[in-house]
Write a protein that binds this ligand. Sequence first.
Ligand code: KIV
Length: 299
Amino acid sequence: MTSEATQAKATPPGRGRVTAPELGRLKRDGQAIVMVTAYDATFGRLVDEAGVDVILVGDSLGMVMQGHPHTLEVTLDHMIYHSRCVRRAVQRALLVADMPFMSYQVSPELALISAGRLIQEGGAEAVKLEGGGREETVRRIVSAGIPVMGHLGLTPQSVHEFGGFRVQAREDAAAERLRRDALGLQEAGAFALVIEGVPAPLAEEVSRSLAIPTIGIGAGVGCDGQVLVIQDLLGLEDRFKPRFVKRFAELADTVREAVGEYASEVRERRFPGDEHSFSAAKREPAPASAAAGAGYGPR
Ligand code: KIV
């Protein structure tokens, strides 16, 4: 399939630039919302061209970019850096940046300052924060004109409290708390809510009870949309596969094979060939993409 055909398949007709209020309309129209993470310009461009609705610069970058076992070491400066990288490449999708650990828990004022930096310096169009009982914080950020996405259930920044990455809200009391927290976030002005790692029937019930859209990960098909970490979706992380992940490609194998082939050709002096080398005399015309400013290196 050509890349245009791929994009046409992924993007329903009539969908232009995605905004935070637009997600509410998608829910009201019964259209599923597609969200995926990206942390750099290369993947930002590719997933945007594939026609996703929302690109999340997730603090999951602590794991997939930085190699930590959790997200707790990610700082606001890290988030701003990665958000800026993605921002330069995204034209259509709504760009949401995660508020990292300790950037919003201390006080609503600090939360507003952190959210403002993600918008102003990171180029994000909305922020996401984890946990319930944060109505005051959400109101404070929303009152400054910054759209807030909530995140309930298995909130990774609470991994130590949970004793690991475990499915949440299986007991009645915890399920009841999640219902209450979801309503609280909606009433405080959140425009959408990620529900992670909770039983599918509960996520579906909460999704139906809310006017704002829910976006699930490990929360079943009853949510209003789905999100996956791009490394999981593409099979770039192949050391383990949690139950909630579906790999839509096996790129880890592809990468190892391609780099192995490159290594062989270099060692056997088969790469670079004449077609990859420059002559002294003639200057070849630059390709059209170079004229448009794309690409790098000598020509
Ligand atoms: O950080 C992240 O990538 C996330 C999603 C998995 C929802 O919060």
